[in-house]
Design a protein around this ligand. Structure first.
Ligand code: ZN
Length: 272
């Protein structure tokens, strides 16, 4: 089997330990060639400074996290989400990110109208796509595990994300995160269907037992996901990009970040 694509560090992996500047320097020090910053960390450092620091360190940007989250209780909320996504598109452009990762967002507070929330996501995406295309920023739709449907993502499956890709066409791809899609009986067929539209490949592992459905992700190799198997599916579909470690974990957030990056490099080489 071929080696995985170059390692990229999603900064959520060291969210509690490091600023963006520290994460950039950590990647450079450890020979990790890519980074995927979160927008709050970019805002702390400043957009121009972030772009310059990443460029000076010689890192590529596998993605910017995150946009989307379009469903809202009222028109003003939906407008605010669209405006925020337009800013995210500008940031992704300035950072020369491979893509802007876009999440579904959950149900508006108090709502039980799931189809309505999905429609809001659809309409929000339609509203920002022209700006993304004009900026040359690829929107990477990231379906999240259905356990997060209520509060994080009404976009739950690859099939659902690819239906949107089919409808909207140019400029929309998917972020394939093994943590969110490994359970899907249609995984292989949907990854094949995605083809060249796979814009990002996120890795971590599903621990058994898991103690927190969002913030107890495992280092690749520590859980039950066949990450090399899913990578092989992505490569067969035409993906040959980075392998982005996105490890949201209360346990790993307590570790020395130098050790986290050392373990990440081993996991990338042996378990991805
Ligand atoms: Zn992800």
């Amino acid at each position: 089997m071929s080696a995985p694509g170059p390692l990229s560090l999603n900064t959520a992996t060291v969210r509690d330990q490091w600023s963006l500047a520290q994460a950039i320097e950590g990647c450079a020090r450890h020979g990790i060639p890519g980074i995927s910053p979160w927008r709050d960390k970019v805002a702390e450092l400043g957009l121009a400074q972030s772009a310059r620091h990443i460029r000076d360190a010689g890192l590529f940007v596998s993605g910017l996290c995150r946009g989307g989250m379009f469903p809202a209780a009222d028109a003003a909320g939906r407008r605010a989400a669209i405006d925020d996504n337009l800013r995210a598109i500008d940031e992704a452009h300035a950072l020369q990110a491979n893509c802007l990762v876009v999440l579904g967002g959950g149900l508006p507070p108090g709502s039980k109208d799931l189809p309505g929330a999905r429609n809001m996501f659809h309409d929000g995406l339609a509203a920002v796509l022209p700006a993304a295309r004009a900026a040359g920023v690829t929107i990477a739709l990231e379906p999240l595990h259905p356990m997060t449907c209520a509060d994080r993502s009404v976009l739950s499956t690859l099939g659902q994300a690819l239906d949107l890709c089919d409808e909207f066409g140019d400029g929309v791809g998917i972020a394939l995160d093994v943590y969110h899609v490994w359970w899907d009986p249609q995984l292989e067929a949907q990854v094949a269907r995605a083809g060249k539209r796979i814009s990002a490949f996120h890795v971590c592992d599903w621990l058994v037992p898991t103690t927190d459905l969002v913030f107890d992700r495992g280092m690749p190799g520590d859980g039950v996901i066949d990450i090399p198997g899913i990578r092989a599916m992505a490569e067969a579909a035409g993906y040959n990009g980075p392998c982005e470690l996105e490890l949201l974990s209360h346990r790993w957030w307590k570790e020395d970040p130098e050790q986290v990056l050392t373990r990440a490099k081993t996991a990338h080489a042996t378990a991805c």
